[in-house]
Write a protein that binds this ligand. Sequence first.
Ligand code: GDP
Length: 305
Amino acid sequence: MSEEKKKKGLFARLREGLSKTRGNMTEKVDVMVRENRKIDEDFYEELEDILLMSDCGMKATEEIMGELRERVRADRLKDAAEAREALKEIMVRQMDIPRPPLKWPMVMLVVGVNGVGKTTTIGKLALRFQSIGRKVMLCAGDTFRAAAAEQLTVWAERARVPIVKHAEGADPAAVVFDAIQSAKAQGADLLIVDTAGRLHNKKNLMDELSKRRRVIDREYPEADIRCILVLDATTGQNGLNQARAFKEVAEINGIILTKLDGTAKGGIALAIRQELAVPVWYVGVGEGIDDLQPFDAKDFINALF
Ligand code: GDP
C-alpha cells in the first residue's frame, strides 16, 4: 500500500472512531453554521455549552472561548462559519505539544489503572515498532496478577517479540532488572515495561514507581526513559482525576488516550492536555491494530470537524 493511501486509511479510521464525539460536539457547531448564525452573546453561550458538554473541561473551554472572542474582535469575524474555522485553529494550537523525537534505546514505563487498555496498548505498540524493524522487548512488570503477565504474553506472541516475566508475587523491581539485562544483551531498541494498575494509595504507588524508575536509571543510563500514562477516554472526569494522581507521584512524559471511539465526550482530550501540559503520544479509536494512532493535533481536530 502506498504511504499516501495508508495515511488516508488511518485518517478515515480516526474519523470513524471520533464519530460519537462529532455527533455530540462539532455537528452542533455545524448546525449553527447552517443556520447562518451571527456571532453574538447567544452564540458564544451556546458554543461554550457545547464544549462543556463534550467534556473539554472548564479551563480549556475558558481558554478557547477567550481566544475566540479575541480573534473575532481582531479579525472582525461575523458569522458562525468564520468562527468555526477560528475555533479549529485555536483547538489545534491548544492540543499541539509535539511528542519529543524517539531515541533508541528507549524504555517506556507504562502506567495507568486496570481496565484502561494498558495491556492492549502495549501489545499494539510492540506490533507497531516491531513492524518498522525495531527490536522490541516486553517486561511483565505487573507481578500482582498472574493474568496480567498471561495477557501480555499473548500479545508478545502475536507481535513475535520476547517477554521477560517472573512468577506472581515477585518483586516488580527484580523483573525490571532482569528485563534490562536481557534488553542490553539482545540489543533491543525498545523495552516496554508494564506496571501494576492499582491506584490503591499514593504512598505505595509512589514507592513502587520510584523504585522501578531507580532501577532503570541505574541499570540502563544509556536509554531514553519515558513514563507513559494510559487513560480511558470513556471515564471522563474520573480519568482526569487519575491523571492528577499519577502526576503527583511520577514524572509523566506522555499520554495515551484510549477508547475515544467509545465516547461522545472526546473533548476530554482537550481537558487532559490543558490540565497536564503533557503531550498526547497516541490515541486509541478502536480495538483493531491500526486503531492506536500517533497523535497529531491537526489530524485530530480535522477528524473531529
Ligand atoms: P488493562 O486492564 O488496562 O490492561 O486493559 P486491557 O488492555 O485488558 O483492555 C481492556 C479492554 O479495553 C479490552 O477489551 C480492550 O480491547 C479494550 N480497548 C483497549 N483500547 C481500546 C480502544 O481504543 N477502543 C476500544 N473500543 N476498546 C479498547
